[in-house]
Ligand binder design. Sequence first.
Ligand SMILES: Cc1cc2nc3c(=O)[nH]c(=O)nc-3n(C[C@H](O)[C@H](O)[C@H](O)COP(=O)(O)OP(=O)(O)OC[C@H]3O[C@@H](n4cnc5c(N)ncnc54)[C@H](O)[C@@H]3O)c2cc1C
Length: 398
Amino acid sequence: MNIIIVGAGIGGLTLALCLLRHGLKVTVYERTHTLAEVGAGIQIGPNGAKVFEALGLLHELELVAFKPQAAEMRMGDDTGRVIFSLALGAQSQARYHAPYLAVHRADLQRILVQAIQHQAPDVIKLGYELKDLSQQDQRVTLTFTNEESITADIVIGADGVRSAVRKLLFNIEDGQFSGMAAWRMTVPSSRLPKNFVPPKATVWVGKDQHAVTYYVRGGQLVNLVGVVKQAHWPYDDWTCQGSKQDILQAYQDWHPIIKTVLEAGDDTEYYQWALRDLPPLEYWYKDHVCLLGDACHPMLPFMAQGAVMAIEDAWVLAQQLKATPNQPQRAFEHYQKLRKPRASKVQATSKRNGRLYHQHSGAGQLLFYSPLWLVSRVSPDFFAQQLDWLFAEDVTKY
Ligand SMILES: Cc1cc2nc3c(=O)[nH]c(=O)nc-3n(C[C@H](O)[C@H](O)[C@H](O)COP(=O)(O)OP(=O)(O)OC[C@H]3O[C@@H](n4cnc5c(N)ncnc54)[C@H](O)[C@@H]3O)c2cc1C
């Protein structure tokens, strides 16, 4: 059986590694010519760390990660008041038997590529952008923009939020612009006063916008995400270089930690992403082609779980293909049944968090944040309990 994965992002690479470990034949086709440093920081919750532990990569990942002591929500204004805090660090290990990690996406991608190449050096083909797909007689033919055509028994679309495979399979477009844009940047910690940024994953909330800070690469870099309201997305590109002036202006009245980190970046270090939203798909597969990760459940990034869901998908899909290698539709059906309810719940929770973070008025902030503040003082375990369904899951035990 010959399996093709379209897209060498986090989901596609994790799937390739899982399939290789089951002894299955796989090739990954990626449109870019190099796997470059894009995307800045990614938080990997304990549910994702468990997959890397099962793949034997957790130690390597921990070497380039940062382990935030807590996840907290704070006011983005001068007060920086803590609304609530959820202990991570040692508590994540004790409660979920796995760490909570913050990594640079490029580090994670490099570790996955090296693990794949260690097993099979020729699996990843760069410079292949899918443009067409057809299915006939239980075979799938893919055509790329370089005019090469390749056939396979099974194709997995792991080609991200603007998936060409999804469009060719179901004629479903990219999804609606959510009215929000995300700024992403990393700044060397050495450019900031020592221990200036708290060693936590912090969501700073303000009027109609929020920001997130955490360290990656063992504390060498500070990652900042700023999410702002934007009427429309005027660019052709999905991500584009933004201007430092624009983001400084958007956060001019914010807490000194946010302003100082933003000021410390070089002019070339500010990237802007359109945030798009797509309701859950009815089907994740058709005949011999199936979707994974953002291609089938793109989500707003307000649970920090998009990549983790792609990683969980990869483990589960590989297990199903191993169990019924000659009946891909059966494998896909089981995979969809196991994964869709959970991924859809994370999609919906992410959307809800966006509304919580972006209160328009002081009255709204008081109404929504005061109960959170109170609960965190009266019942400190409350927030951990709310997240057990997400973090306690271990797909490697399926
Ligand atoms: C601001 C922001 C913050 C985020 N923070 C987090 C976080 O903290 N934790 C978390 O888990 N997630 C986070 N996410 C989400 C996460 O980045 C995505 O969910 C994740 O990258 C999805 O992985 P994927 O493999 O499905 O797709 P991608 O990583 O997007 O990979 C898709 C790959 O397919 C390739 N490709 C695309 N089209 C084609 C084509 N036609 N032919 C061939 N190849 C193609 C692309 O070049 C790319 O390499 C965040 C997202 C944003 C925007």
